[in-house]
Design a protein around this ligand. Structure first.
Ligand SMILES: [Zn+2]
Length: 155
């Protein structure tokens, strides 16, 4: 009898894994390619992050992937963690945040490259894949580069 293959890519997500399998396992494949992906319902155009395999709007399951890393969002709220849940102790301190991308909101961590004093509600952020030790991976928010369209307000 053939051994059943289990797609457990999700077990590598984040500092501590809470689930190994998911109907949106391709999320991990994309993350390994450096892409943070959500899903969009082809029928009613609702965006989801974390990605969902089923639409909560129309209950359909015809969804496609979109690259959240191509979008910029606005920092809605954040909190610096000085105490962490079991498994996260070695990461302390770190800053968690919710970023509003318009059609969806994303919960995650701020990049360690961002200094506390540079973090402001409403600042423009982007999400990027973030490889961790031991082959694990998550995503973090970075400050979005200023637009380089020649529109320099100080000119
Ligand atoms: Zn839908």
């Amino acid at each position: 009898m053939a051994k059943m293959e289990i797609d457990d890519r999700f077990s590598r997500f984040g500092t501590v894994g809470f689930t190994a399998t998911s109907r949106v396992n391709d999320f991990m494949g994309y993350l390994d390619e450096g892409r943070v992906m959500g899903t969009c319902c082809k029928t009613c155009k609702l965006d989801f992050f974390p990605p969902r395999a089923d639409c909560s709007g129309c209950l359909g399951n015809d969804l496609s992937w979109f690259d959240a890393g191509e979008k910029t969002g606005s920092l809605l709220t954040f909190s610096k963690m000085k105490y962490g849940p079991k498994g996260f102790e070695d990461d302390l301190p770190y800053t968690i945040a919710v970023v509003d991308f318009g059609s969806f909101k994303m919960f995650g961590r701020m990049s360690r490259d961002l200094e506390d004093e540079d973090i402001r509600i409403g600042m423009t952020l982007r999400v990027r894949a973030n490889p961790l030790e031991g082959g694990r991976i998550n995503y973090v928010f970075h400050r979005a580069e200023p637009a380089r369209d020649g529109a320099d307000i100080n000119a």
